[in-house]
Design a protein around this ligand. Structure first.
Ligand code: SAM
Length: 279
């Protein structure tokens, strides 16, 4: 696909509030796929499925096999009447690349999916430490080129209220030899080459995890124990000891948690009512 074609298809389907990639960011992803020629791609954070469809189109250009896209939600945040991934088939209707949408899943569920993958696009929660956790969680499910692309490197400055510093923290802690930022959309996208020594990956992960976490709500006890369970044998005892220190420092007390959930429930109810009145 040429850039003009990407732009036209993007303009046809994307809306400003879709939280999706821009055409030049898509061109960066396309260039990465052309360079590394993956056979299988994983996307973490499906939303409308717009980028899922483009991933499938770019993968077809290099003769790849499948795109799997996961999202923690069942419905698309931009339109609560639509399921996550609904746009993927409008962008890619070819037969050669198998496209699979897995709703209600996060990087903690990868063991039950169709990995390993050669290339991953992470565009889910941008709150720290999620992009780092997604990267650490996906590492044992990588094969081939072991490339992980992250979106929204500039979110921390453009929309400070989102507290979306996660991609930036991870980028900063990735060795220069293993990271590459693209100029697209004002340097808003980057890739990490995870073919590195395990000790280096742990060091990078712990450096990032040692920065204050901005996830709202914070990681739940269940998420922490699932993360630990899934990766216990992947990372060393020293890693887990330091992980515990970071997690404890970022835990919320009961009052803060209760306050957050009351506001969260109110926002969910408002969205559901708005969705129903639009239907
Ligand atoms: C920015 S949108 C993804 C946009 C999509 N990649 C695109 O370019 O069209 C982020 C999506 O990630 C999902 N999400 C948030 N936290 C997640 C998590 N921890 N694991 C998986 N998905 C998550 C949200 O439900 C939302 O649909």
């Amino acid at each position: 696909m040429e850039l003009a074609e990407i732009e036209a298809l993007h303009a046809q389907h994307a809306r400003a509030d879709f939280g999706t990639t821009t055409p030049d960011e898509l061109a960066y992803i396309q260039e990465t796929i052309r360079t590394y020629k993956p056979r299988k791609i994983l996307e973490i954070g499906t939303a409308s499925g717009l980028t899922t469809g483009f991933l499938a189109r770019f993968l077809e250009e290099v003769g790849g096999d499948s795109v799997t896209s996961i999202d923690s939600e069942d419905v698309f945040f931009g339109d609560h009447r639509k399921k996550v991934g609904y746009l993927a088939s409008a962008i890619y209707d070819g037969q050669s690349v198998r496209t699979r949408i897995e709703a209600g899943k996060s990087s903690l569920d990868l063991a039950g999916l169709d990995g390993p993958w050669d290339l991953v696009f992470v565009d889910a929660s941008h709150n720290h430490p999620w992009p780092t956790l997604d990267t650490l969680a996906v590492a044992p499910h990588l094969s081939g080129a072991r490339i992980v692309i992250h979106h929204d490197l500039q979110l921390f400055r453009r929309f400070p209220r989102f507290l979306g510093i996660g991609p930036r923290v991870l980028f900063n802690e990735t060795p220069q030899t293993h990271r590459h930022a693209g100029a697209a959309n004002g340097w808003n996208i980057f890739r990490i080459d995870l073919s590195m020594e395990p000790v280096l990956l742990e060091e990078m992960g712990l450096n990032a995890l040692s920065m204050p976490w901005t996830a709202r709500p914070p990681l739940s006890k269940r998420e922490v124990s699932r993360f630990r369970e899934a990766l216990r044998d992947t990372y060393s005892p020293g890693f887990w000891a330091q992980f515990d220190v970071c997690e404890k420092q970022n835990r919320w007390n009961a009052t803060k948690m209760a306050y957050f959930y009351v506001r969260y429930a109110a926002a969910k109810l408002r969205n559901a009512l708005l969705g129903r009145s639009r239907a």
